[in-house]
Each structure stands twice: as C-alpha cells, then as structure tokens.
Write a protein that binds this ligand. Structure first.
Ligand code: ZN
Length: 225
C-alpha cells in the first residue's frame, strides 16, 4: 500500500476511537441513515462539510462540486437532491459557498480552461447578471468574495425552483433552503439571510437578501449568536 499506509492507519485509529465512545455506533449506522440536512458545497479540500458543522457520520447528506453550483440539468446533483428530499426527508438544504473560492475566481476573471470552463460558465452567468454590483466593488479579492456571496444566492434560487423542492412544498413537506458562505480565515459560516420554506417566500426573500448584501461590506454576513 506504501504511500496510503498513513491513511489506513488513521482510518483504524478513527474507527477505534468512535467505537470506544460508542460500541454500537457503526452497527446501528449501517442499518439506516436519517440525516436532517443536505449540504451542497464546494469540492475545495478546505471546506469539509461534516467537520465545519461538527456533525457525525449519518447526520449530514452531502453533495459537493466545483464552486457549489446547482444546475437544472445536472443529474448528479439532482439525484442527490431527490434522494435527500423524497426518501430521507431532510428538513434543511444548505447551499454553502466559501470565500476565496478558486472556481469563482477563475469564473470571474475568465481563467477557466478546458472542460472546466464549461462548468464555470454557470458562475459566469451569475457574474454577468450582477455585473453592476461587481463593478462597484473595489479590490480583486473583495470582488471574488462578493461573487461567492451572489453565487450562493443564485444557487439557493435554483434549488427552490427545482421541481423536487416545488413538489415537496406543494404536498406540505417541511423543507427550508438556506444560503451560507464559509470563511476559511476564521472557520465561521456567514448567513446570507436566505431561509426559504415555501414557494411564496422565494422571490421576496431573494430580493431582500440581494438588497441587504449589496448594502453591506463584503464578508460581513450575519453570524448567528
Ligand atoms: Zn471553492
């Protein structure tokens, strides 16, 4: 195994540590999972979903891709969403961006190349939609981070527009879609003011979130007490 010995050793130590605290943990978890949350986040190695919100295996259903994008025809993401909503009956969908996102930066400055340029085109749609907002932000880093925030708002909207979520709301299922941005520099989530629990709320909350977002400094989203 050579180079992977470290990982195998770490895995054994991790499993032993959990079993020491709770001998039944793995046997119970192997029977079923019942997470209340779906996390849609960036694939960036610095944004590990479970660790950020301190949840154990079984407590968080996760989908990650470059720049946390929700595309209406991405059957990978939509299959995760469908399973989470229709089968697991999660109560919350969290769209989580992060400041300093390499995918968002590449999209903003046309740095994507090859295959990934096509994927980042979705983030460029967000960039182009809010070009007036972004033009008013001074400094390269701040502009990237503002687009990280706007991208979360747009991807939250995509989740809400999807027929899986729409149908869940129509049949009265409790489901709220949230938008957060994670700050690599302090390990904290910033609340983008998006907590949408019905189709009626989605447009109003989106507009108020955008209005609030452009009126405050970059990276200053609400931190819950
Ligand atoms: Zn990223």
């Amino acid at each position: 195994m050579g180079q992977l010995d470290t990982l195998m050793d770490k895995n054994r130590a991790w499993a032993a540590g959990i079993k020491e605290q709770n001998p039944e943990f793995f046997s119970k978890l192997s029977d079923q999972q019942a997470p209340e949350y779906l996390w849609i986040g960036c694939a960036d190695s610095r944004v590990p979903a479970n660790q950020i919100v301190d949840l154990m295996p079984g407590e968080l259903f996760v989908h990650r891709n470059v720049a946390n994008v929700v595309v209406h025809t991405d059957f990978n993401c939509l299959s995760v969403l469908q399973f989470a909503v229709d089968v697991l009956k999660v109560k919350h969908v969290l769209v989580v961006g992060h400041y300093g996102c390499g995918g968002v930066k590449a999209a903003l400055y046309n740095e994507g190349f090859g295959l990934i340029a096509n994927w980042l085109r979705h983030v460029q749609d967000v960039r182009d939609k809010y070009q007036d907002v972004l033009a008013g932000v001074a400094g390269e880093q701040d502009r990237v981070d503002r687009l990280c925030e706007l991208n979360v708002v747009e991807q939250v909207t995509h989740v809400c527009q999807n027929n899986i979520v729409q149908e869940a709301w129509r049949r009265g299922q409790a489901l709220t879609v949230h938008g957060f941005v994670y700050d690599l520099r302090d390990g904290l989530l910033r609340d983008m003011g998006l907590h949408i629990g019905s189709d009626d709320e989605k447009d109003v909350i989106k507009q108020s979130s955008i209005k609030e977002l452009v009126s405050r400094p970059v990276r200053s989203g609400r931190q819950r007490q």
